[in-house]
Design a protein around this ligand. Structure first.
Ligand code: SAM
Length: 295
C-alpha cells in the first residue's frame, strides 16, 4: 500500500469516516522522496530507536520501521489509532502511544526501551510537526534534556529560517540563540507546500538538530543566560543597555558596567551578539548580582 498516495488518504478517510483536523495541524505528506529524505537525513541506523512525533496515518513511521531497530510514535488523535493499527500491521518493531507529546516523558520512553534491550544504538527524534506547536515541542525536548542524539523535523520554512539564522541576520532571534545553544543545526530539505494534503498556506523545511554532547559556552548561571536572551530580543530595537536593564535585578548603571566588563558596547542590539558574547554578558551579570546579594 502506498501510504503517501492521495488516493490512499482518501480511501482511509472514507472507510474510517475520518476527517482531517485543522486544529491538530494535520497536513499529511504525499511525496515519497520527502519521506525518504527525512528518515535518511535523520541518520537512523539499524540499531537505533526512533521516536516519532505525530505519525498521522504512518507514512514516516513505516519508513522508519524499515530503517531502525525500534520505533515509538506519539499521536494525540485517538481516531488515528485504529488507522495506524492497519497501516503499520506488518511492522513488529513499532508501538503507537496515544498521547500529547507535550505531556509525554520522552526520556522515560527511551530509558524503558533501553532497559528492555529493544535497541543498542542512537536515539533519533523525527516528525512532520503539527505547526501550531513547533516551538513548544522543540524547546520542551531541549529544555528537558532529551536523551536523544538528534531531532529531525519538518516545520514552517519561516520557523526553520529563524532557528538556523546566524547573528547579524534579520531573522536571528531568541529561538535561534536558544536552539543553537543546545544543538548544531543543518537544513536537510526545503519542501514546497504542494506536497501536503491538505495544502498549507506556507512552504516548509526539514531541519536536523544535532544535540551537542558538550555545551558550546561555559555559563555561571544557565537561567540567567536565557533571561538575557529573552530580555535582549524581547525589545530587539532597543540598545542592550536599555533592553537588559532590570535583568537579575540590575540597574541601568550596573548593566552598563556588566556590558563594559564583557567587552560589549552598550549601544549594540541583541541581534548582533553571538553565543560567546551572550555568555560573557550573562556571566558578568551573574557575578554582579551575586556580589550585590552578598552585600
Ligand atoms: N506524520 C504524518 C505525515 O507526515 O503525513 C502527519 C503529520 S501532521 C503535520 C502532524 C501530526 O501530529 C498529526 O497526525 C496530528 O494529529 C499530530 N499531533 C498534533 N498535535 C499533537 C500533539 N500535541 N501530540 C502528538 N501528536 C500531535
Amino acid at each position: 500500500m502506498k501510504l503517501y498516495a492521495p488516493s490512499t488518504i482518501a480511501d482511509i478517510k472514507e472507510r474510517y469516516n475520518f476527517q482531517l483536523s485543522k486544529s491538530l495541524g494535520q497536513n499529511f505528506i504525499t511525496d515519497r522522496s520527502i519521506i525518504e529524505r527525512i528518515v535518511e537525513g535523520s541518520g537512523t541506523g539499524e540499531n537505533d530507536l526512533v521516536i516519532e512525533i505525530g505519525p498521522g496515518i504512518g507514512v514516516l513511521t513505516a519508513e522508519a520501521a524499515q530503517a531502525a531497530a525500534r520505533v515509538i510514535a506519539v499521536e494525540i488523535d485517538k481516531k488515528l489509532i485504529p488507522i495506524l493499527a492497519e497501516t503499520l500491521a506488518e511492522y513488529d518493531n513499532v508501538s503507537v502511544i496515544n498521547q500529547d507529546i507535550l505531556k509525554t516523558d520522552v526520556n522515560k520512553i527511551i530509558a524503558d526501551e533501553r532497559a528492555a534491550g529493544s535497541f543498542t544504538g542512537a536515539v533519533r527524534v523525527i516528525g512532520n510537526l503539527p505547526y501550531y506547536i513547533t516551538t513548544p515541542i522543540i524547546m520542551g525536548l531541549l529544555e528537558n534534556g532529551v536523551n536523544a542524539d538528534s531531532i529531525t523535523v519538518m516545520m514552517q520554512k519561516e520557523v526553520a529560517d529563524r532557528i538556523k539564522a546566524a547573528p547579524g541576520n534579520k531573522t536571528y532571534g531568541a529561538i535561534s540563540a536558544a536552539v543553537q545553544y543546545y544543538c548544531t543545526v543543518e537544513q536537510i530539505a526545503a519542501v514546497p507546500k504542494e506536497v501536503f494534503v491538505p495544502r498549507p498556506k506556507v512552504d516548509s523545511a526539514v531541519l536536523k538538530l544535532n544535540i551537542r554532547k558538550e555545551k558550546p559556552v561555559e555559563l555561571v548561571d544557565e537561567k540567567l543566560f536565557f533571561a538575557c536572551i529573552k530580555a535582549g530580543f524581547g525589545q530587539r530595537r532597543k540598545t542592550l543597555l536599555n533592553s537588559l536593564t532590570g535583568v537579575a535585578g540590575l540597574s541601568k548603571e550596573e548593566i552598563k558596567t556588566v556590558l563594559c566588563n564583557a567587552g560589549i558596547d552598550p549601544v549594540r542590539r541583541a541581534e548582533t551578539l553571538d553565543m560567546a558574547e551572550f555568555a560573557a554578558v550573562a556571566n558578568e551579570a551573574a557575578y554582579r548580582s551575586r556580589r550585590q546579594n552578598n552585600g
